[in-house]
Design a protein around this ligand. Structure first.
Ligand code: MRU
Length: 366
């Protein structure tokens, strides 16, 4: 997608003078949307830190980053113990998004049978394949999602005539959260690029305000959007100003239950109450067939600081933190919630659109 008018991917290999990979380049997402700063991660420790502190975030992107992190680890030590150590350490960095474990295990599986001197190069190749596949998966989700948007517009008929299609999203499931395209935003970009009038309601997504990332990348691509407080979703739906909700996901269980950024569940409840379709953009690596239901999905609990402190740009220009709450107040910070499959109208995958958990399982496991 476009950043300052140039096509970029959110993670790319940086090669040394000898042409061999020596680091990966990522945008520091803790500084967006105020500053676009590329950072180079040249060690597994730096990848681990970047994922833990959310300089790198979004389920598909942390998967790709974890895979490259393992390649960086093998550049230093290709032994079996080092492989096992770094695979476990990187996979544990953020527990909810299954893409991280999936990608690290995939690289581990690819290199384990190889001789010590073949492992590092093979790990880089596998990690790059994961990144490339993410782009292809999201492009396909965009195509299937565009068909759904067309069908929704046709259902609305005269109700949609003369105004843009109104899409609500939550968190950031755009290209910043993936290698390119995004998941939930891929259909939006496709629709916009096809000349359709679309408008996106972007929820702020407290506590970390990933809505700021969504508004930033939509604006970079020229897609009209409006930021709303998380609490405004219900009233907008009640007023008939939301035609559909599209969200991304961090893990989907075998029964179709969806773990996604905290606040997703409330949107799904409101959507059901108001007859608004609720769609989940789901790349197959985010589907965890090993878990029977969402009850088994580990929910990351992050620092209370994220709830009681709000970072942003100060009037003076620099980045600053404000504290709306009194010091020492108790706070809890579940970073994700689980939306039951019964509230999901459709799962949009690279293999097609599924409207029942049984069809989803058959479509993705087959
Ligand atoms: O905690 P984050 O910012 O890494 O959250 C993950 C997400 O970006 C969202 O939950 C998203 O909807 C799924 S990733 C495309």
């Amino acid at each position: 997608m476009k950043l300052f008018g140039e096509s970029v991917r959110s993670i790319e290999i940086v090669s040394g003078p000898d042409g061999r990979p020596q680091a990966v380049r990522v945008l520091d997402q803790t500084r967006l949307p105020h500053e676009a700063v590329w950072i180079e991660l040249g060690s597994p420790e730096s990848v681990e830190r970047a994922i833990a502190t959310m300089q790198v975030r979004g389920a598909p992107l942390i998967g790709a980053a974890g895979a490259f992190g393992l390649a960086l680890a093998l550049d230093g030590d290709t032994s079996d113990p080092a492989l096992a150590h770094w695979a476990a350490r990187l996979a544990a960095t953020r527990p909810t998004a299954v893409n991280l474990r999936w990608a690290v295990e995939r690289v581990e599986r690819a290199v384990r049978p190889l001789s010590a001197d073949a492992r590092a190069a093979a790990a880089w190749r596998e990690a790059q394949a994961i990144a490339d596949e993410d782009v292809a998966i999201n492009a396909a989700i965009g195509r299937y999602g565009l068909d759904l948007l067309r069908a929704r517009a046709a259902d609305l008929g005269a109700g949609h005539a003369g105004r843009p299609l109104q899409i609500m999203t939550h968190c950031n499931a755009g290209w910043l959260a993936t290698v390119d395209w995004g998941t939930a935003l891929a259909p939006v970009y496709r629709a916009h690029d096809a000349g359709w009038a679309v408008h996106v309601w972007v929820s702020e997504t407290r506590p970390r305000n990933q809505g700021a990332l969504t508004a930033f990348e939509l604006a970079e691509h020229g897609v009209p959007c409006t930021v709303v407080a998380d609490n405004a979703a219900g009233v907008l739906m009640a007023e008939g100003r939301v035609d559909t909700v599209i969200v991304g996901c961090d893990r989907v269980a075998a029964n179709g239950d969806v773990a996604n950024k905290v606040g997703t569940y409330l949107k799904a409840l409101a959507a059901r109450a108001h007859g608004v379709p609720f769609w989940v953009a789901l790349p197959s690596p985010t589907f965890d067939a090993r878990l029977a239901s969402g009850a088994a999905i580990p929910i990351e609990r992050r620092s209370a600081t994220e709830v009681i402190e709000v970072p942003g740009r100060a009037e003076t220009g620099g980045l600053a933190v404000v504290m709306p709450f009194s010091a020492g107040v108790a706070a809890d910070n579940p970073a994700f919630d689980v939306t039951p499959a019964t509230l999901v109208s459709a799962w949009i995958t690279e293999c097609g659109v599924f409207t029942t958990p049984a069809a989803l399982r058959e479509g993705l496991i087959a």
